[in-house]
Ligand binder design. Structure first.
Ligand SMILES: [Zn+2]
Length: 128
């Protein structure tokens, strides 16, 4: 499952950062998910919950930011956001909303990152 491997990688990243920063507690984690990743945010959240059991991440607040798809069209110079055809969740075909061409660059929407981790240390609080 797509979401499971992503969630697994994210939990590892978060715990790794927390450990390196000697976190005692993870308060808040912000994750950004591009629409083009086809990840289901609700499913991702559920899996993060399951995977964080018995770790520092258990009970932390998880914020998921969905990033809309943005393109730059090579045919008509259109720049901006475009909607995906939601009918097929496993094959994302992005076309220019202005001219309908597929000759374009995707400038946003592929993100799948841990954006921010807020931790609690024994002596100070730090935002990363
Ligand atoms: Zn175009």
């Amino acid at each position: 499952m797509h979401e499971l491997s992503m969630a697994d990688a994210m939990v590892k990243t978060i715990l790794d950062v927390a450990e390196k920063n000697k976190a005692e507690e993870i308060i808040e984690v912000t994750i950004e998910i591009g629409k083009l990743t086809m990840l289901n945010p609700e499913q991702l959240r559920f899996l993060l919950d399951v995977l964080s059991e018995d770790t520092l991440l258990q009970g932390s607040k998880i914020i998921i930011n969905e990033i809309p798809v943005e393109i730059k069209c090579n045919s008509c110079d259109f720049k901006g956001s475009t909607d995906l055809d939601d009918s097929d969740h496993y094959l994302a075909i992005v076309v220019c909303p202005q001219c309908g061409e597929r000759d374009l660059e995707v400038t946003a929407g592929r993100e799948c990152n841990v954006q921010k981790i807020k931790i609690e240390k024994s002596d100070e609080e730090e935002e990363k």
